[in-house]
Write a protein that binds this ligand. Structure first.
Ligand code: ZN
Length: 137
């Protein structure tokens, strides 16, 4: 049911300060920057071969990413698994006893439908199910 690792989410204090590492040192292509109002984050996507890196900068102290950085510092925040039919996948996960943070898919960056699993029931990793409607790859 998992198609691939769609992207890895990385919490950063400042996109401006961290992007040069990704674009100049690693020479990855910056796909774009957008603000996701609902999560109070500014997001930058970088292409890294068949998968992507998603840099998340909080735009408010109320952002879940701001709270994450406060607790754990900057670094890997979540792993996004690419799926199809995300509503069905959520139901399937719940049937398998997985606690979902999102009971319904919600809108993420890049127009994707996303839903997070609770790390307590997914071996300590914050996993995001991610479906890009009408987009392949
Ligand atoms: Zn993500």
């Amino acid at each position: 049911m998992i198609k691939k690792v769609d992207h890895i989410g990385i919490a950063v204090k400042s996109l401006e300060n961290t992007l040069p590492f990704y674009t100049d040192v690693l020479e990855l292509t910056l796909l774009g920057i957008e603000e996701v109002e609902s999560q109070k984050v500014k997001v930058a996507f970088l292409q890294a071969g068949g998968t992507k890196l998603e840099l998340l900068e909080p735009t408010s102290e109320e952002s879940p990413i701001a709270k994450f950085i406060e607790k754990c510092g900057e670094g890997i925040h979540h792993v996004a698994l690419g799926v199809e039919s995300i509503e069905e996948r959520i139901i399937e996960m719940k049937e398998k006893g997985i606690q979902m943070i999102d009971q319904q898919p919600r809108l993420g960056a890049g127009g994707a439908q996303i839903a997070f699993m609770h790390p307590k029931s997914s071996t300590g990793v914050l996993y995001e199910l991610c479906e890009k409607k009408g987009m392949k790859g």
